[in-house]
Design a protein around this ligand. Structure first.
Ligand code: TTP
Ligand code: MG
Ligand code: MG
Length: 422
């Protein structure tokens, strides 16, 4: 159905869009070498320890996913085409995509190398309803950059991101406000960003596998299973979340802390552990695509005395090195007063959307030789392994519904578009 011409007065516009490029690195390689069209193409390290960074959709129908060891990918597709990464090239194309989005929509928030949130509620007059803006963006990216992308739309950024994943590949899915809970109900809780393997396990133990089931759980039970993020996730599940652009980052902090069975007194040991925690927090930041301005150190003595000290930097960062250089002096200062420790923690706050997700910081920041790239991808595998796999399988089942037969790349066609009907 078309919404062109205007919504009813007071109708909530699902104007938070999430645009994500399809099989980004792999699609760029296929565009640049049309002979690869339709083949199982992956970008990644071909060596013994190589990992798949990106897999074309033909590769995905063979079960190949991002972060999978290249050896496994080869087993799944003996005719696999492995293209070595050209990170600088991908970064340039990423900048072109972001520029195009910014040309059309004033309110954009890039969250990784190939995706951004857009708030198009104000662009209605100029460009029409969200569906139309989404199709315009997808068409322009296709025509001007030769690449496929997908868009999800909702009243909430979290739901928009889930919808774009459901729309893939080369599709669009806009979820009207009043259909949100119904759209989410059959989906696995794994599609919620922030519900990782551990949370999934905790939910499975109380019999919750789908978002619909999650909705039925009393809040107190949910709080026990999910901890402090329970209210946020409950709001998402019942369709009442209205988080838009930017909000998330500002409210957020992340960190890690550890309690030891025995008091820690050796300064070298403490320094080593705080360093590890700082690196850990930096990795979490890069993974979620944020940079932080403030770093907080927490210390607890055996008698329970707890103190926190913080330091705010001029420039926000996602570098372990920089967090360390802030947090170690904080500890050195408190050391005389607190020579024995029971607990230490490192936390960052005042988060801002970063230049991109881990991709940019871990793969592209260095003028990557092969070795570096593979090491970085191995680390990506450690961190992203099961989550990427789970998400990937959701995508391939959406493929059949979303693909419209006979649409060739480059055809003047907006591609499949779905709007949940009323
Ligand atoms: P994604 O958007 O997660 O994946 P994608 O664009 O390849 O596929 P989809 O259609 O599902 O969106 O990541 C964007 C790019 O980031 C991807 O093309 C390659 C890179 N990347 C890695 O290098 N390692 C990883 O583990 C992941 C997930 C992505
Ligand atoms: Mg993508
Ligand atoms: Mg992405």
């Amino acid at each position: 159905m078309t919404m062109h011409g205007g919504a009813e007065a007071g109708e909530e516009i699902p104007g938070i869009l999430h645009l994500d490029m399809d099989a980004f690195f792999a699609s760029i390689e296929v565009r640049d070498d049309p002979g690869l069209e339709g083949l199982p193409v992956v970008v990644g390290g071909a060596g013994a320890r190589g990992v798949v960074a990106a897999a074309s959709y033909p590769a995905r129908t063979r079960g190949i996913r991002s972060a999978m060891p290249m050896a496994s990918a080869r087993r799944l597709a003996p005719d696999l085409v492995i293209v070595p990464p050209r990170i600088d090239h991908y970064r340039q194309v990423s900048a072109q995509v972001m520029q195009l989005l910014g040309d059309v929509v004033a309110e954009t928030e890039q969250i990784s190398v190939d995706e951004a949130f857009l708030d198009v509620r104000g662009a209605r007059r100029l460009f029409g309803p969200p569906e139309q803006i989404a199709q315009l963006l997808r068409r322009r990216i296709r025509e001007e950059l030769g690449l496929p992308s997908s868009v999800g739309g909702s009243v909430s950024r979290a739901v928009a991101k889930i919808a774009s994943a459901q729309a893939k590949p080369d599709g669009m899915l806009i979820v009207p406000a009043e259909r949100t809970a119904e759209f989410l109900a059959p989906l696995s809780v794994a599609v919620i960003s922030g519900v990782g393997p551990k949370a999934q396990e905790a939910l499975a133990r109380i019999g919750v596998r789908t978002i619909g089931q999650l909705r039925e759980i009393p809040r107190s039970t949910l709080a026990r299973a999910l901890g402090p993020r329970a209210p946020e996730i409950a709001a998402l599940a019942d369709g009442s979340d209205r988080t838009g652009l930017g909000h998330r980052a500002r409210d957020r902090s992340l960190g890690t802390e550890r309690t030891w069975d025995e008091d820690l007194t050796d300064p070298d040991e403490v320094r080593r552990r705080i360093t590890t925690m700082a690196d850990d927090v930096a990795r979490q930041l890069r993974r979620s695509g944020f940079v932080a301005r403030t770093v907080v150190l927490k210390l607890r003595a055996p008698d329970g005395t707890t103190l926190t000290r913080s330091s705010t930097m001029d420039q926000p960062t996602a570098s372990g090195e920089r967090l360390r250089s802030q947090v170690i002096p904080l500890w050195e200062r408190e050391r005389p007063a607190m020579p024995r420790l029971r607990l230490a923690g490192v936390r960052v706050s005042h988060l801002e959307p970063g230049e991109g997700a881990f991709m940019q910081s871990e793969l592209t920041a260095r003028s990557a030789g092969w070795q570096d790239l593979e090491t970085a991808m191995d680390r990506a595998l450690e961190r992203f392994g099961s989550a990427s796999l789970g998400r990937g399988s959701t995508l391939s089942s959406a493929t059949d519904q979303a693909r419209r037969p006979g649409t060739e790349p480059g055809e003047q066609d907006d591609g499949p578009a779905r709007r949940l009907g009323r």
